[in-house]
Design a protein around this ligand. Structure first.
Ligand code: ADP
Ligand code: MG
Length: 357
C-alpha cells in the first residue's frame, strides 16, 4: 500500500512535523489550502511557514509535548495571498517503536465552502421571515389603496377637463399604481409559487433578455458579449421566473456601468465541487452555470453581506428587491446564486440551474 499516494489524494490538508517542528510531509491539499508548494515547505521549520501564534502551530506543539490529539473546530489559516481561510484543525501524535513521540500530524479542512452554504441557508431564512411580514402588510395596504384609486378616478371625472386639476389626479393615480406594484413585488417574494418547470433552451431565454436590453446598452456604451457553450443541455426551469432573474441581473450590471463597458453572458456546465451537482429527488443532477459579468463599480466589502436583503439598495431610485427575488427564484429551482465582486473592476453573478436530463 502506497500511503503517500493515499495522503496526497486526500481533499484535506495533511501536514506532518518532527519533534523539532521541521516539516516532513505536506500533501497537495496543503499546497492548495496555504498557497505554498511542498517543495518550498518541505524541510522548513513550521514557524517559517505559519506565524508562531497560528493555531495549527500551537496545536502541533501541544501534541508533540503531550502525545495527545488536539482539535479546533473553528480556526483560521492565513494564505500567501493574504486571505483568512476558515478551517478545522485536528492533530495526532505519531509514536516511535520505544513509545516516544516521534512526529505529529495536522489535518486541516477548508470550511469556506461550508460557510458559503450556511450563508445561503441563512439568507433563505431571512427572506422567508421578511416574506411572511410582507404578505400581512400587503393585504392591509392593498385594500385601502384600491379604495383610494377608485375615489381618485371618481374625483377626476367630477373635476372635468381642467388640465391643472387633472395633473393632480394623474399624479395621484400613478403614485397609487407605483405603491401597488411594490406590493405585488413583495407578494411575489413571499408567495409560495408553483413552479412550471419544463425543459428550456437557456440560450433562447437569454437572447430574449438581450433583445430587450440592446437599445439601452447601445445608449449607455455597453457592449453585450455572449459566451455560450453550444453543447449546453436543456435546463429544467420556469421560463417567466427565469426571465425575471436574468432581467434583474442584467439591469444591475447596466446600473453598475454608468460609464459603459462589457456585459458578458456566459453559459457552461458546472464543475463546481459543491454546487455542480444537486439532488432533485431522483439522484444527482448536473447543474449548469449562467454568469452575468460586468465591468462596473463592483460591490464594496461592507455592502456585500447585505445585497440579498429585501429593500437593501444603494441606488436613489432602487427598490432593493431584485437580488432577493433572484435568490428566491433560484432556490425554487433547487439552484443557487453567487456573487463575486472586485471594487472598481466589476462583478460576476453566477446562477446554478439543474439540467432537464
Ligand atoms: N452588478 C452589480 N454591481 C454593483 N453593485 C451591485 C450589482 N448588483 C447588485 N448590486 C448592489 O446590490 C444592491 C441590491 O441590488 P438589488 O437587490 O437588485 O436592488 P436594486 O437594484 O433595486 O438596488 C444594489 O443597490 C447594489 O448596491
Ligand atoms: Mg436590481
Amino acid at each position: 500500500m502506497n500511503y503517500e499516494a493515499v495522503l496526497a489524494g486526500l481533499p484535506d490538508a495533511v501536514i506532518a512535523v518532527d519533534t523539532a517542528l521541521r516539516i516532513i510531509f505536506w500533501n497537495s491539499a496543503a499546497e492548495v489550502l496555504t498557497g505554498r508548494s511542498a517543495r518550498r515547505a518541505g524541510g522548513r521549520v513550521l514557524k517559517d511557514v505559519f506565524p508562531v501564534e497560528a493555531p495549527v502551530v500551537r496545536r502541533l506543539m501541544e501534541t508533540l509535548a503531550t502525545g495527545e490529539s488536539r482539535s479546533e473546530p473553528e480556526s483560521i489559516v492565513d494564505t500567501t495571498d493574504n486571505r483568512q481561510l476558515p478551517v478545522s484543525v485536528v492533530t495526532a501524535p505519531l509514536f516511535a517503536r520505544d513509545g516516544s513521540v516521534e512526529a505529529a500530524v495536522a489535518v486541516l479542512r477548508d470550511l469556506s465552502r461550508i460557510r458559503q452554504l450556511e450563508g445561503e441557508v441563512r439568507r433563505g431564512e431571512t427572506l422567508a421571515a421578511a416574506g411572511r411580514m410582507a404578505v400581512g402588510l400587503a393585504h392591509e395596504i392593498r385594500n385601502p389603496l384600491g379604495a383610494i384609486r377608485g375615489a381618485v378616478q371618481l374625483l377626476s371625472r367630477e373635476l372635468g377637463p381642467d388640465p391643472r386639476l387633472r395633473e393632480y389626479t394623474d399624479v395621484l393615480l400613478t403614485e397609487v399604481d407605483r405603491v401597488n406594484r411594490i406590493m405585488e413585488m413583495l407578494l411575489d417574494l413571499a408567495r409560495p409559487v408553483q413552479l412550471k418547470a419544463v425543459p428550456l433552451n437557456l440560450h433562447q431565454l437569454l437572447e430574449r433578455v438581450v433583445l430587450l436590453t440592446e437599445e439601452n446598452a447601445r445608449a449607455g456604451n455597453v457592449v453585450l458579449v455572449r459566451r455560450y457553450d453550444p453543447s449546453l443541455p436543456p435546463i429544467l426551469g420556469d421560463e417567466d421566473r427565469l426571465l425575471q432573474v436574468f432581467h434583474n441581473l442584467v439591469r444591475n450590471a447596466m446600473d453598475a456601468m454608468k460609464g459603459g463597458g462589457r456585459l458578458t453572458l456566459t453559459t457552461r456546465v458546472s464543475l463546481d465541487p459543491l454546487f455542480g451537482k444537486m439532488d432533485l429527488g431522483a439522484g444527482q443532477r448536473t447543474m449548469v452555470e449562467v454568469l452575468v459579468a460586468d465591468e462596473g463599480t463592483g460591490i464594496p466589502e461592507a455592502v456585500r453581506a447585505r445585497i440579498f436583503d429585501p429593500f437593501f439598495t444603494t441606488k436613489d431610485r432602487g427598490l432593493g428587491l431584485g437580488l432577493a427575488i433572484c435568490h428566491r427564484i433560484l432556490e425554487e429551482h433547487r439552484g443557487a446564486i453567487h456573487v463575486e465582486s472586485a471594487e472598481g473592476r466589476g462583478t460576476v453573478v453566477t446562477c446554478f440551474l439543474p439540467i432537464a436530463k
